[in-house]
Write a protein that binds this ligand. Structure first.
Ligand code: TYD
Ligand code: MG
Length: 496
């Protein structure tokens, strides 16, 4: 450890991964990024600088060990926001003194959601209980949004707006009259005085988050930080921010579609299993009445290349439409585009389809998409993906009313996924009448759901046969929307 000197110390912080070095180098030794090191002043932690007397057990006080038995039960009162889907993701509401990062692509609706959160808190905790610091937009722009959300009257009108990006100034105002909720929109525009480097650089982002944490904990203020997501899907300064904050929520969806999904990828005060489903409308984000069907695309009758998958997001079943388009390539390297699913998984399925099910796609251009802008990262999506690819290649829809779920192995065998019965019950509730699922492992009993014919298959080849049994060719517009309910399915009857 070097001795403190009169001169401020500096480090070279990589703007890409957040690692810091003593000397400047052209390439970051941690992440190999070029020209990413920026000289940044180092600050000693200032837990004691901000705030009044620290609370017992909180950051800032000299910690003394206590026995496990003496540790009191957490009596964190929750600040219910009053937006059910959000409270659900937070695990019951915001925790006073916690720092929450809300990430998402620009334009996805973060500021809208947070203004609604601010209104929810103001309605419960009284006007002046919210301080909304906006570094991105002017107070007038915020007013316009509030007008659109119908928040210019009632308790929400008392929300304090601060058009400021200097965190020291924000902290000063928050300390003068501590709010219940402090929103900082966004961390990329936030700056702190004693750090060099432009707003949005890793040093500034980390410094701002640290200072806000020092403000949140001793004062018991719930602080929500907005963070834009970079192209590669990570929040700027991910390594430095995600471990600092108490919860990371991400708002996902397609900017030009209405449905938004709110997930917790980290939550110190609740589960990361829950997802919230919203719809962006003319008056902001509203909760979706029937989330399970929110991601089903609307089209008349069955379409080739479309397969419905009963996925499970945390504990919530969501039915998702997997769409594939396969077209003969112009020669050369075929195009492969996947959105919402892992492209490596698609490549693997293309290989398995060719080798294990006789469906050759090697020279075809392939486009895969999940309807509604959802991203799903679960192996159970393999089977619906493979069926959608086969269906598009044959230009033939799979039998209407069918859902499919299951993991595909390299040998073309199918493996079961968790929570099959819960998924299938939801599918039956939404009117599907047939499910193609992997045959359960040796001892497991097959799932049984009233109103749903469950076809358990062992291999991808078998699944393809079952999926197309009873379907009609799409050519000539023959595909109809009728659902042949309760019909027995003969496996292995259809083959193109
Ligand atoms: P915004 O909250 O500004 O996004 P972010 O803070 O994540 O960048 O939301 C931007 C989009 O939401 C914008 O394109 C307009 C749309 N929007 C609505 O559709 N309805 C509304 O009521 C509001 C306030 C915004
Ligand atoms: Mg915004």
């Amino acid at each position: 450890m070097s001795k403190p000197s009169g001169r401020p110390q500096t480090r070279y912080v990589c703007q890409s991964c957040g690692e810091s070095f003593l000397r400047w180098e052209g390439q970051c030794r941690a992440c190999s990024a070029w020209n990413s090191l920026v000289e940044t002043q180092v600050r000693t932690p200032r837990a004691a600088r901000v705030g009044s007397a620290p609370r017992a057990g909180s950051a800032g006080g000299a910690a003394a060990p206590i026995t496990l038995a003496d540790v009191g039960e957490p009596d964190q009162p929750r600040l219910a926001v009053g937006i059910g889907e959000l409270d659900r993701v937070l695990g019951g509401g915001l925790v006073p003194g916690s720092l929450v990062l809300v990430g998402g692509e620009p334009g996805i609706g973060k500021s809208t959601l947070l203004l609604q959160v601010a209104a929810g808190i103001a309605a419960r905790s009284g006007p002046l209980s919210v301080l909304y610091a906006t570094g991105e937009e002017s107070a007038a722009q915020l007013r316009l949004r509030a007008d659109r959300l119908g928040l210019l009257s009632g308790p929400a009108a008392g929300i304090r707006i601060l058009a400021e990006s200097a965190i020291d100034r924000i902290a000063e105002i928050a300390l003068a009259e501590p709010p219940v909720l402090l929103v900082v929109d966004s961390v990329q525009t936030a700056t702190i005085d004693d750090l060099d480097g432009p707003a949005g650089s890793v040093g500034q982002v980390r410094g701002a988050a640290l200072r806000l944490m020092e403000l949140a904990k001793p004062e018991g203020i719930a602080v929500v930080l907005v963070g834009h997501v970079t192209k590669d899907g990570s929040i700027a300064g991910p390594k430095t921010l995600e471990h600092l904050v108490d919860a990371v929520l991400t708002l996902e969806g397609e900017r030009y579609a209405a449905i938004r999904l709110l997930r917790a990828s980290k939550n110190r005060f609740g589960s990361t299993e829950e997802v919230g489903v919203f719809e962006m409308g003319d008056a902001g984000l509203s909760e979706v009445a029937d989330p399970a069907r929110a991601f089903l695309a609307e089209h008349e009758g069955p379409a080739p290349g479309s397969v419905i998958a009963p996925t499970l997001e945390g504990s919530r079943p969501l039915l998702v439409e997997v769409q594939a388009l396969v077209a003969p390539g112009p020669g050369g390297t075929p195009r492969r585009t996947a959105s919402g699913v892992d492209p490596n998984r698609v490549a693997l399925l293309v290989a398995v389809l060719a080798r294990r099910a006789g469906i050759g796609l090697a020279s075809h251009d392939i486009y895969v998409n999940l309807a509604g802008g959802l991203s799903v990262d679960e192996p159970g999506l393999d089977l619906p993906l493979a069926l959608a690819l086969a269906s598009s290649l044959r230009d033939r829809p799979i039998r209407p009313g069918t859902v499919a779920i299951g993991e595909v192995g390299l040998l073309g065998e199918l493996r079961s996924v968790a929570g099959v019965e819960r998924r299938l019950r939801e599918a039956a509730r939404l009117g599907f009448d047939r499910a193609i699922v992997p045959r359960p492992a040796r001892s497991g009993a097959p799932a049984s759901v009233p109103g749903l014919e469950i076809v358990a298959v062992g291999s991808l080849r078998e699944a393809i046969d079952v999926a197309f049994a009873g379907s009609r060719a799409a050519s000539g517009g023959a595909a109809s929307g009728d659902v042949p309910g309760g019909q027995a399915v003969a496996a292995g009857s259809a083959r193109c």
